[in-house]
Design a protein around this ligand. Structure first.
Ligand code: PGA
Ligand code: ZN
Length: 373
């Protein structure tokens, strides 16, 4: 594909912070993509550059790609790997993927399925409905006694995106009125409590029969959680998954919990693995997890994201495509999740528009999949 023009602009994300939107033109088609950012980032994530600095590079990038013909996403991402700044490269890699799909009269999820060799499938939805940790309540979060864990998920037991969204809206109605604090980063409710189990208790009291799940984001926790606590909540709640139960460098903690609970629930790596194939391999060697978060911004291009997902799948792990703490209206991760045949998607709480668009896109894809058979 010959690219006629790339434009970049700065737009506000869900937190009002500057982020990048890329526009790409080829042969009369134009598409856009915008890039999210992490709040509780892992130390091994690819580094970003200030959006203003990215804007300064755009005319140089245009001059470099002029007259080049990128036949595949892999070729274009190979070029992107010569550039600095994962926010810049992810924006360009996503916009190229969307445009390449359009040029081939395909949906983005279809192209991703083809490139990754996956069977497209609708993911389970991990709805983040109660928030704590560094996501737990506006700019004054540090002054509040947030729930220590970052995310409490409600997980409908269906792969239908429409049914999932309908069900979580009922749960959110039940939860409404029980909370008075500010909304969390991803649009979920927040509560003041030092006891991480309180979020689970609250969610359990409003369930509509789904599973529950947690992102402990333990790198941010002041002290290490005892394995016995995780054993207790696994026995007492209908828990499907726990993400980052230990800090990102506590390999022993991860290996222990996976040995103890890995037969019963998904033990997910996020800050631990940062969508990085080298670290994913290390995690497999250490039997540290049985499931992994996949986020393009952690590694820098769509091609590397697909490689990370495929490697994780080769170990028989569950794959969860996820949003970031600071999101945009871009719905690319819905297509990514379906195209990779991911087991689940985590896109925050549908009460926030930047999260809802991803779930709405899944509903659209659900209809397309019915037509495709
Ligand atoms: P982040 O958090 O985007 O702020 O890193 C999301 C997560 O931990 O899954
Ligand atoms: Zn996480």
């Amino acid at each position: 594909m010959k690219i006629d023009k790339i434009s970049l602009k700065i737009i506000p994300d869900s937190k009002g912070k500057d982020t990048l939107e890329a526009e790409m033109e080829s042969d009369g088609n134009t598409v856009i993509a915008s890039v999210p950012a992490g709040e509780s980032t892992g130390k091994n994530e690819a580094k970003t550059i200030p959006p203003k600095q990215a804007l300064e590079k755009v005319s140089w990038i245009n001059s470099q790609i002029k007259n080049k013909d990128f036949a595949t996403l892999d070729q274009f991402d190979g070029y992107l790997n010569t550039l600095q700044g994962a926010n810049l490269t992810v924006a360009l890699s996503m916009v190229f993927t969307k445009l390449l799909a359009k040029q081939n009269n395909m949906e983005t999820w279809e192209l991703i399925a083809k490139i990754s060799g996956s069977q497209p499938a609708l993911p389970l939805c991990f709805f983040n409905v109660i928030e704590g940790g560094v996501h737990g309540g506006g700019p004054s979060a540090s002054l509040r006694v947030n729930l220590p864990f970052q995310e409490y998920w409600y997980i409908p037991k269906t792969n239908s995106s429409k049914k999932s969204l309908d069900e979580v809206m009922e749960v959110l109605k039940l939860l409404e009125g029980k909370f008075s604090g500010p909304m969390g980063s991803e649009g979920g409710y927040t509560m003041q409590s030092k006891n991480p189990e309180d979020g689970l208790k609250m969610l359990q009291s409003c369930t509509k029969g789904g599973w529950l799940g947690l992102d402990c984001a333990a790198t941010q926790l002041p002290e290490k959680i005892d394995l016995s606590f995780y054993e207790l909540i696994t026995n007492n709640y209908e828990l499907l998954a726990i993400e980052d139960p230990y800090p990102e460098d506590d390999w022993e903690g991860f290996s222990q919990i996976t040995a103890a609970l890995g037969e019963k629930i998904w033990i997910i790596g996020d800050d631990l693995t940062t969508t990085n194939p080298k670290i994913i391999k290390l995690a497999a060697d250490k039997k540290a997890i049985n499931a992994v978060i996949i986020k393009p911004t952690q590694i820098g291009t769509v091609t590397e994201t697909i490689q990370a997902a495929n490697l994780a799948k080769s170990y028989g792990w569950k794959i969860i495509v996820a949003n970031r703490g600071e999101e945009t209206m871009d719905d690319f991760i819905a297509d990514l999740a379906v195209g990779l045949g991911a087991d689940a998607i985590k896109s925050g709480c549908p009460l926030q528009k930047e999260r809802l668009v991803k779930y709405e896109r899944l509903k659209e894809i659900e209809k397309q999949l019915l037509v495709h058979g």
